[in-house]
Design a protein around this ligand. Sequence first.
Ligand SMILES: *Cc1c(COP(=O)(O)O)cnc(C)c1O
Length: 394
Amino acid sequence: MNLKLPIYLDNAATTAVDPRVAEKMLPYLSEHYGNPASGTHGFGRTAARAVDEARGEVATLLNADAGEIVWTSGATESNNLAIKGAALANQARGRHLVTLKTEHKAVLDTMKVLETQGCTVTYLAPGADGLIDLDTFRAALRPDTILGSVMLVNNEIGVIQDVAALGAACRERGILFHVDAAQATGKVPIDMARLPVDLMSLTAHKTYGPKGIGALYARSAPHVRLEAQMHGGGHERGLRSGTLPTHQIVGLGECFRIAGEEMPLEVPRIRALRDRLWNRLRDLPGIVVNGSMERRIANNLNVSLRLERGDTLMAALTDIAVSSTAACDSSGVSHVLQALGNDADAARNSLRITVGRFNTEEEIDYAAHYLRRRIEDCRAGRLRNLSDLVPTNS
Ligand SMILES: *Cc1c(COP(=O)(O)O)cnc(C)c1O
């Protein structure tokens, strides 16, 4: 067997940079290093052209206009700019926001900050399948609501929210609608010409691009008013100052170009791998899938195992890189699984396995066999001592 271990199955946390993306980025580090804002010479103009091209690629993937794309450092910053920026720009109209309990911490923690500044936030619980009910969402909208924020794809359980319907409910009432789409690009089609969405957060590193670069889509018609959160220099139409990182932007453009081009073939291939894995695990006693299996992206499997000592299992999984949703939350328990009505124990004993572009059938077969063996070991109490070997750096 010439498998390279450990096998990376944590593509929801981050992905490898596609070699084609890395190759396209390289010349912009030591050759075309001009400042895209330097219009007086060729160095600057070459960089500016690359930035323009990348802006076009990002816009193309969303079926949006290039002028609606604002570069940021990633989806965390985009969420901050969208939510704080909209709240500040619209505070004369109202100070109420609506979101879900299952959002990423970059949304939830931003909302918490706004609460300390006089805003009121409603945190809605989705159903047991992870999906928010439209009537529940609608009922939470008030005359003083200025923004709804719902993620397109959940990062833990991979469920796809009906942002078209939720956005329409907001638009009927003149409420802005923001979507965190960090996990969606290259996995579900996004058409901003049809979606009633005003703001959308994007990032490169979940879609085979580099870390530290992202974008915020901000609709131009009807124009979305935002207050900048970063000042100095007035880059990006004053919405986000800071010298543009040309190589990073080129990387984002290229990974989104590839995503758009390859999605029709890649999604079914990855779904087949995910289903292959699930079919090899589904008869394990007590195993349950978290979240809707139907309205779910192709690469995500999130299961609860009802193990007595689930922590020993995680520690023993040395041949595969997966995530216990526990690792994402400082509390040690997944806030997403708890919001779905799971008790802390089930929320703790969960595994998120996310397949990616570079995984092979052989890797999936190995991972399935390996996981089964380790889970059986865990059940039989054979892993108990292993946890003692793992350093407990909190
Ligand atoms: C990864 C992720 C983020 C954070 O994105 P960064 O680019 O790492 O800042 C935000 N929201 C969701 C849903 C994510 O999966």
